[in-house]
Design a protein around this ligand. Structure first.
Ligand SMILES: Cc1cc2nc3c(=O)[nH]c(=O)nc-3n(C[C@H](O)[C@H](O)[C@H](O)COP(=O)(O)O)c2cc1C
Length: 375
């Protein structure tokens, strides 16, 4: 009874949270709720002057769940195509003359959607004078740096000009992205097949999914340890929470087998009688975290496990016996975590920015030998 009340309250809280997020997002964007093929959070950012890119966005969001933001110029009613497309050319020339100067870019309406928490971003833009439309360039000039490490896809619409320079513009404006795959080019010659081309393109893209994140890090006093996460609803919710930034909790020793304390938020529970042992990371009562340096049997939800440390090493790392220990949970950019995990610091071992071990062939930004590397 209590459990079902809790589940109900948890669900109510989730619905309220979703409604709050939706109402924040909808100020500047439409939110789509189509069934998802991909598990990571995806944002589609588009600009459209004559509607072609808007049609592409409709096709994309009929296939994947994505939040959508439309980038709009601050100055309304301009006719970029007037006088032989002269205004469009003028805006692009200003950017070309000083691409690093914010003043070179046309003003756009404020965009209040935070990029935090999105795994994938698809940019949909028209081509102007063989370049990326100036309005989209203005958005990416401001927000491209925040897309570092995310999976970025690009869709370009033109009449007939090829899109090589638009791809180059995108790479300049989003410098540290992990590119999903080749950009999709829709033009007047293939526009009638656009929906199926979008389908095919989506199927080929390397989407990042939240479910792929298999590790987090626990940092205490500058020392970090990798935690192999259990695959359940609690860790999925925890990963989503950590995508917004690291969480620091204050834990204290208890019963000579754990440090524990409040998370400050609730996670979905899958409680069952567990014989927790040293190294286990546990959710207790939905909103407390326990990190074990000894053994205890209780009704818990398993979150993960610190592997490769002896009980004595765990006791030392977790400051067994002490109170008010600051413990940081995180999953991104934990370069120190890799430095501090000697067993995993082999010269030939590579990690994605979210701490996943990856093959050497990966392009984009990754961590190698404890350092962030961009290819
Ligand atoms: C200012 C301006 C410049 C353009 N320059 C080109 C061009 O150089 N080559 C081309 O093939 N299409 C060009 N186009 C056409 C657009 O790329 C094409 O119509 C695109 O599909 C428009 O997308 P939208 O309807 O979402 O705005 C230009 C359009 C504008 C408004």
């Amino acid at each position: 009874m209590i459990k079902s009340m809790k589940t109900f309250l948890n669900r109510l809280l989730s619905v309220m949270l979703m409604m709050t997020i939706a109402s924040c997002v909808s100020e500047t964007s439409e939110v789509n709720a189509q069934p998802s093929t991909y598990m990571g959070k995806t944002l589609v950012a588009y600009y459209s002057y004559t509607g072609n890119c808007r049609d592409i966005v409709d096709a994309l969001t009929s296939k994947i769940t994505a939040d959508v933001i439309e980038i709009k110029p601050a100055e309304k009613g301009l006719r970029y195509e007037a006088n032989g497309y002269a205004l469009g050319k003028q805006l692009l020339n200003a950017i070309k003359a000083a691409p690093d100067d914010e003043a070179s870019y046309p003003a756009i309406d404020p965009v209040s959607v935070s990029l935090q928490g999105y795994d994938n971003i698809i940019i949909v833009t028209p081509l102007w004078w063989s370049q990326m439309a100036a309005i989209m360039q203005a958005y990416l000039f401001s927000y491209g740096p925040q897309m570092a490490g995310k999976h970025i896809g690009l869709v370009v619409s033109s009449s007939s000009s090829s899109i090589g320079q638009v791809v180059a513009d995108c790479r300049r404006l989003v410098p540290d992205a992990t590119w999903m795959g080749d950009a999709l080019w829709i033009n007047d010659g293939n526009r009638s097949r656009m929906p199926s081309l979008v389908d095919e393109w989506l199927a080929k893209q390397d989407f990042q999914t939240s479910a792929e994140i298999k590790n987090m890090f626990i940092t205490i006093d500058g020392q970090a340890q990798r935690v192999a996460l259990t695959n359940n609803e609690a860790t999925k919710a925890l990963v989503e929470r950590l995508q917004e930034g690291p969480v620091t909790v204050t834990l204290s020793s208890n019963g000579d087998f754990e440090i524990w304390g409040a998370l400050g938020f609730s996670l979905p529970t899958d409680n069952r009688q567990i014989n927790a042992v040293a190294g286990d990371v546990i959710l207790y009562n939905g909103n407390n975290i326990c990190i074990m340096y000894g053994q205890n049997s209780w009704s818990y939800t398993h979150l993960g496990r610190i592997e490769g440390l002896t009980e004595a090493e765990l006791r030392s790392f977790l400051k067994a016996g002490q109170s008010n220990i600051a413990v940081t949970l995180s999953f991104t950019e934990e370069i120190t975590a890799i430095h501090d995990a000697p067993a995993q610091t082999s010269k030939n071992t590579f990690y994605s920015l979210d701490g996943r071990r990856i093959g050497r062939s990966a392009n984009g930004a990754f961590i190698a030998n404890g350092k962030k590397v961009i290819l």
